[in-house]
Design a protein around this ligand. Sequence first.
Ligand SMILES: *[C@@H]1O[C@H](CO)[C@@H](O)[C@H](O)[C@H]1NC(C)=O
Ligand SMILES: *[C@@H]1O[C@H](CO)[C@@H](O)[C@H](O)[C@H]1NC(C)=O
Ligand SMILES: *[C@@H]1O[C@H](CO)[C@@H](O)[C@H](O)[C@H]1NC(C)=O
Ligand SMILES: *[C@@H]1O[C@H](CO)[C@@H](O)[C@H](O)[C@H]1NC(C)=O
Ligand SMILES: *[C@@H]1O[C@H](CO)[C@@H](O)[C@H](O)[C@H]1NC(C)=O
Ligand SMILES: *[C@@H]1O[C@H](CO)[C@@H](O)[C@H](O)[C@H]1NC(C)=O
Ligand SMILES: *[C@@H]1O[C@H](CO)[C@@H](O)[C@H](O)[C@H]1NC(C)=O
Ligand SMILES: *[C@@H]1O[C@H](CO)[C@@H](O)[C@H](O)[C@H]1NC(C)=O
Ligand SMILES: *[C@@H]1O[C@H](CO)[C@@H](O)[C@H](O)[C@H]1NC(C)=O
Ligand SMILES: *[C@@H]1O[C@H](CO)[C@@H](O)[C@H](O)[C@H]1NC(C)=O
Ligand SMILES: *[C@@H]1O[C@H](CO)[C@@H](O)[C@H](O)[C@H]1NC(C)=O
Length: 380
Amino acid sequence: MACPENMYIIGLLMSGVLTDFPRFDLITTMPTELVVLNGSCVQIPCAFNIREEHSQTFNKSKNVFGVWIKQSHIVGPDKVIFNSSKEVNIYQGNITGNMSQKNCTTVFFNVLSSYTNKYYFRIDSTQYRATDNEKFVYINVTELTPKPEMAVLGEIREMTHISINCSAVASCPEHPPKLTWTLPTEFTHEDRLQENPDQTKSVLSTVTFIASYLHNKTNITCTAVYPVGTYNKTSEQTRTLHVLFSPKDTTASISPADPVSVGSCVNLTCAGTANPPVTNFTWFRISGGKTTQVASRQNYTLNVTVGDGGQYYCEARNDLGFGKSQEVKLSITGQYNVINPRIYEIGVKTLGISFLFSFITCFACLRKSKLTNDLEMTDI
Ligand SMILES: *[C@@H]1O[C@H](CO)[C@@H](O)[C@H](O)[C@H]1NC(C)=O
Ligand SMILES: *[C@@H]1O[C@H](CO)[C@@H](O)[C@H](O)[C@H]1NC(C)=O
Ligand SMILES: *[C@@H]1O[C@H](CO)[C@@H](O)[C@H](O)[C@H]1NC(C)=O
Ligand SMILES: *[C@@H]1O[C@H](CO)[C@@H](O)[C@H](O)[C@H]1NC(C)=O
Ligand SMILES: *[C@@H]1O[C@H](CO)[C@@H](O)[C@H](O)[C@H]1NC(C)=O
Ligand SMILES: *[C@@H]1O[C@H](CO)[C@@H](O)[C@H](O)[C@H]1NC(C)=O
Ligand SMILES: *[C@@H]1O[C@H](CO)[C@@H](O)[C@H](O)[C@H]1NC(C)=O
Ligand SMILES: *[C@@H]1O[C@H](CO)[C@@H](O)[C@H](O)[C@H]1NC(C)=O
Ligand SMILES: *[C@@H]1O[C@H](CO)[C@@H](O)[C@H](O)[C@H]1NC(C)=O
Ligand SMILES: *[C@@H]1O[C@H](CO)[C@@H](O)[C@H](O)[C@H]1NC(C)=O
Ligand SMILES: *[C@@H]1O[C@H](CO)[C@@H](O)[C@H](O)[C@H]1NC(C)=O
């Protein structure tokens, strides 16, 4: 004699077996979630398959209709929101896929925030009726404009052609977003609608430009403009460019700039910009038509000696190359010809000799006049 409890368990098991059976009758493929802008449209990429033993039933069927059920897989009068028979069209929709080719792709127009929910697909026909109880698409209606995606940019080299991708989801491919770019330079861009692995669509824009050192640390922006009804919604993504370049704008400066006297202090400073930073500064002096390396640091301080006058320039170097500055002049006061200090020496000596000579002459003069006076005195 079977207990009622046992019979209940057997009943449960049987119902389990029974519900298991139609579960695999209709197998749908669709994305797990779709994010949609309020007021826009949504395309649900959808495909279905029918279990082999029911395939013939389906093939023989006439008047095949696609049905979308909200919230649960259970068919209820207020749960069916779309029936391609046009019996129910609570949501303005259209099955754009070819059902004979097992394509149940559907578009819903004028999506409202109250549409946020789970949706199940069902087929109703003369012979074949089934819902995929397992698979649903979650439609998430939002006011937030989705941000376009742009990869984080690595370091780029100056004078190279750069291509950057920006993509924006197009949940409503009938009215895809338009992508625009803001760049610190001239550029060209190419846009196309592409299909993602889950069959949803995106607009991909590829921008191309030539990187210059002037673009280092500047921003690049990709803006997505989504048409929603009569207005546009925009969102943007910004990335900073990191450009690697050899030293640029290398300048040499001298302080003080005015002629200096021997024994005073003079600073020569080399400046410039580079990425990566300058690793090596070198100072050169041009004198007497010869160039000599005089120091290997950014600031070159000298205690001026007679031979230091001349033209100076510096070089800044990093891994990518070097930059050369203009020439600056170090002039020494009282020194007219910096090219040959010997002439100065000769000049000084000549001056000294002539001074001595005139001193001797003068002394002789004085002495002579004194002698005359003495003589006159003695005369008196
Ligand atoms: C049903 O039709 C499809 C093509 O639409 C075919 O591949 C399949 O074999 C058919 N099934 C049966 C049982 O006839
Ligand atoms: C969809 O419409 C067809 C044709 O009017 C009808 O037979 C079917 O029952 C409807 N499906 C649902 C789930 O309402
Ligand atoms: C539904 O989609 C089909 C196929 O894309 C198209 O031919 C038809 O005009 C659409 N109907 C409506 C009402 O938009
Ligand atoms: C299904 O139909 C849509 C048109 O609504 C089309 O874009 C898509 O490529 C079709 N899918 C397949 C797998 O053919
Ligand atoms: C749907 O596909 C069937 C066969 O696969 C074809 O005969 C029919 O013309 C297609 N319908 C449309 C509207 O493209
Ligand atoms: C941009 O996207 C295309 C298509 O997905 C890809 O082939 C290309 O490599 C991408 N380019 C960059 C720079 O990421
Ligand atoms: C570049 O963008 C960042 C944020 O992405 C911002 O903080 C920075 O101020 C921008 N720089 C310029 C020069 O606009
Ligand atoms: C929306 O953006 C498009 C370009 O993407 C522009 O042509 C159109 O004038 C804009 N409409 C409004 C209302 O701003
Ligand atoms: C030269 O530089 C040193 C420190 O680097 C500073 O103390 C000095 O005042 C500078 N002299 C001139 C003339 O600029
Ligand atoms: C320059 O050198 C001389 C001799 O070596 C020294 O007497 C003088 O103080 C130095 N001047 C400065 C500004 O260092
Ligand atoms: C710096 O550059 C100069 C000139 O190119 C070179 O002679 C010197 O060896 C370099 N020094 C270093 C530390 O690399």
